[in-house]
Design a protein around this ligand. Sequence first.
Ligand SMILES: *Cc1c(COP(=O)(O)O)cnc(C)c1O
Length: 343
Amino acid sequence: MRAVSLEVDLYSDTQTRPTDAMRRAIAEAVVGDEQRGEDPTTTALEDRVAELLGMEAAVFLPSGTMCNEIAIALHVGRGEEVLLGDEAHPLFAEGGGPAAWSGAVMTVVPGDRGVFTGDALAAAISPDSRYRARSRLVSVEQPTNIAGGRIWPLQDVRDVIGVAREHGLRTHLDGARLPNAAVASGIAPAEWAEGFDTAWIDFSKGLGAPVGACLAASRGLIDEAWRYKQMMGGALRQSGIVAAAALYALDHHWDRLAEDHANARRLAEGLAELPGVEIDPAAIETNIVIWSVPDAPAFTAAMADQGVRVGVLDATRVRAVTHLDVDADGIGTALAAAATALT
Ligand SMILES: *Cc1c(COP(=O)(O)O)cnc(C)c1O
């Protein structure tokens, strides 16, 4: 087999490497024992995210997956139900964690590319019946990921929270890429998070830090989250090393997400002109680009042969995610590779 060096990695925005300046911030981090609340850099990051999301407190965690798992554990008990959108992350990418940790049943609320309405939620909530799992929590993924990179309209978010409150449900915001939604929409993270019981952002996606996420909520819920953090083995020591990178990313990599969105649109528009590609460029709202081809695994392999990595979602769907390590030239390279892959 021909060895091909990877030129353009659009597999995910998790593929970013720390920049030289970020590495300097890491090197200079003031650190202590995080489990004991003695790591000043981690504490500063938690305060910053709590304020960003309009919450009382936040806790630093090793991953976004752990944010979802802990939030579900906070809200849901054995045999109780989480309602969430089609292809939401806890359904397909958390190793069955909600069942393992919380005994949760997960039910999809029908919608459009992961976005559902308040009415759809109301229809999906279990009636008070001993035959049904008791509905406890609704989770909103903003923007949606595998389902299509869609930004929830603010009104739908408000409607869903309203219906949840009416029915006594808790509310969770999976904001892995909330920074992208905030930049693309011009709506501040705190406004998106308003009314949710728990909300989080990831630092290892478009923000380009190597590790970590922060879960935010009321002081009481974050104190309880700490019990689960300890239980799941997520309590850390000198985590300022990675928290420094996250703080650096909040300061320096936030506004530039707009470049990733422009590159995603450029990619979508170029793909739309290729025979055999099905995509609606107008539906690309963030840094996630999903399209269909007749044979996604063959297409993706042909791309890889040309040094361009994209991800296979299923037999016909392909996903690319733009990020700070891919510039407009990289998008040009990817489009040329796609044209060749389709011939
Ligand atoms: C990436 C992602 C997660 C998980 O975050 P990790 O930091 O990779 O564990 C959860 N939800 C969504 C929507 C994601 O895109």
